[in-house]
Design a protein around this ligand. Structure first.
Ligand SMILES: [Zn+2]
Length: 534
């Protein structure tokens, strides 16, 4: 999100997304930042509200295009630094560490960082003070009165800013469909105590590696019940390391153990904290469940706790993961059966507290699908006095909302594309490549090799045609021979000038072959033609 006043613009968060349907080998997408080109000279800073991937995952990519100073908490920046380091960009970027209640002056903007509670730690809501008025950007939040790590949401600061007058509240909608209050991070403690109490075999707990309150609870309860904790999975190890270095995660003495030493312990003396709660292949839990983890696997008698919600789009993978775990004889504890997970986002009554504390002139629901934005609007309209269609504004990605003292207006709609990221190299993949992959996936490919005599430009021998992944082809029924005849006839029908003009020649052959295939097998493979001269 860009926030602009006069000829200055700051950017709030730069996250990556995970397309619900994996388009042909692409698991990660980021915004296409080219829409910001128009404002290149106006951009002054990037502010990160917190360290989740959907808020910082695109930082390296946006900084490559626009090298701006970045402001955020020590913990968020430590996460960002790891990633920037992988891209060898650390020396070229300016990172400013800020604390809750800090106010940073950036041109005409005064950005006030407000301590927010969420499933992660050191998160901010922002008060963006401008000459035109103050905007509150909630970031991701819930109003947690008793978080495990850190203080409750700083409602006092919010109230003070509210009393000074707030022009617009940009408010997290992720849980706007959920009635009531979001339970505190502490709400999962009783269920975990019971699980540790009653489990006799090995215990595996899988959660998001960024859910630091949850990790703290597991370390504490494991210590209480005499189990050591072994952390498995790259992102989990990284987050535990950073958070304990910074004193945010307090690991009880003699609790953390490495994989090698953990093997010498009895089954009731160990708890494995593992990545992969979303059924991600390649994550530790998937590998343990399918027997490809280094020398260890889930066995009969193990208990596996899935301490996370199902992120929409991951249902199938999680279901397959659970199938594998059952096959190995594990006992599985999910969110549906015990309170082993709470959300990090504001439910309807948290949203009510937010709106009533800030008392903004305008509310703009943000974060989440359109359905959730809509439901936030409906909830506020129906339950909080003074808000209606005129002052709750629904906007979509790409829309530019102009907020004035008395009214708002959508002044422009930009088309915002996605840029896909290759998960192996973490580099950008062009949109054309994804389109090509899609075509290949649906129709397969045909490669056609034509050999021509250099002097006469006449066909030498027969064209070579090979098929990859093309449906409806039987190699024995003469189909390939007919396809070859079609190509030979097409070449014979062409003038020497047409043959000499290679692009025209190739395109002609492609069209003829395509017509033949459509008639014979109704399929549209990608056709790749090569010409060899002898
Ligand atoms: Zn978040």
């Amino acid at each position: 999100m860009g926030v602009r006043y006069g000829d200055e613009m700051i950017v709030v968060d730069a996250g990556m997304g995970f397309p619900e349907e994996t388009p042909y080998g692409v698991d990660i997408s980021i915004p296409d930042f080219s829409f910001l080109e128009e404002y290149r000279d106006e951009l002054t800073a990037i502010i990160l509200t917190h360290g989740h991937e959907d808020h910082i995952g695109a930082l390296a990519y946006i900084l490559r295009k626009f090298n701006l100073p970045v402001y955020s908490s020590r913990f968020t920046l430590a996460l960002a630094e790891k990633r920037l380091d992988e891209f060898e960009m650390l020396d070229d970027v300016l990172l400013h560490r800020v604390k809750a209640n800090d106010i940073v002056e950036i041109g005409s903007f005064r950005v006030e960082f407000i301590h927010a509670s969420h499933s992660l730690v050191e998160c901010f809501s922002l008060a963006i003070h401008t000459p035109a008025g103050t905007i509150i950007h909630t970031g991701d939040y819930k109003i947690d009165d008793t978080p495990v790590i850190g203080k409750p949401y700083d409602l006092a600061t919010l109230e003070r800013i509210g009393s000074e007058g707030v022009l617009a509240l940009l408010c997290d909608s992720t849980n706007a469909t959920v009635p009531g209050r979001t339970p505190s991070e502490q709400a999962v403690i009783p269920a975990f105590q019971e699980i540790f109490e009653e489990t006799e075999g090995r215990l595996f707990v899988s959660t998001f590696s960024s859910s630091l309150h949850r990790l703290q609870i597991i370390f504490d309860i494991a210590h209480e019940y005499g189990r050591r904790v072994c952390v498995l999975g790259r992102s989990m190890l990284k987050n535990v390391e950073i958070a304990s270095e910074q004193g945010l995660l307090k690991i009880p003495h003699n609790t953390l153990i490495d994989l090698g030493d953990s093997r010498a312990l009895d089954d009731d003396e160990i708890c494995y904290l593992v990545t992969g709660s979303q059924g991600e292949m390649r994550a530790a839990l998937w590998n343990l469940a399918t027997g490809i983890y280094k020398g260890m696997q889930i066995e009969k008698g193990d208990t596996v706790v899935l301490s996370a919600r199902i992120i929409p789009g991951n249902e199938k993978n999680i279901s397959r993961l659970i199938g594998h775990l059952y096959k190995r004889g594990a006992n599985i504890i999910e969110e549906k059966r015990r309170l082993v997970h709470v959300s990090g986002h504001a439910s309807q009554e948290d949203i009510r507290i937010m709106v009533e504390t800030v008392k903004p002139k305008f509310v703009v629901p943000i974060h989440g699908e359109y359905r959730m934005l809509f439901r936030q609007k409906e909830f506020i309209k129906n339950h909080i006095a003074g808000y209606d269609d005129d002052n709750i504004i629904l906007i979509e990605n790409g829309e530019i909302l102009e907020i004035g003292e008395h009214s708002t207006q959508i002044v422009e709609k930009l088309e915002i594309f996605k840029t896909f990221i290759d998960e192996e190299s973490m580099e950008e993949i062009e949109y054309e490549t994804v389109r090509e992959r899609k075509k290949l996936a649906y129709g397969g490919a045909i490669s056609l090799v034509i050999t021509l005599d250099k002097q006469s430009q006449k066909l030498v021998g027969e064209p070579i045609i090979s098929f990859q992944g093309v449906a409806g082809i039987d190699p024995l029924n003469g189909f390939a021979a007919e396809a070859r005849e079609t190509v030979v006839k097409a070449i014979n029908d062409m003038t020497p000038q047409q043959i000499a003009d290679r692009p025209v020649f190739k395109e002609n052959l492609r069209i003829q072959l395509k017509r033949f295939l459509q008639k014979e097998i109704s399929s549209k493979p990608v056709i790749v033609t090569s010409v060899v001269e002898l």
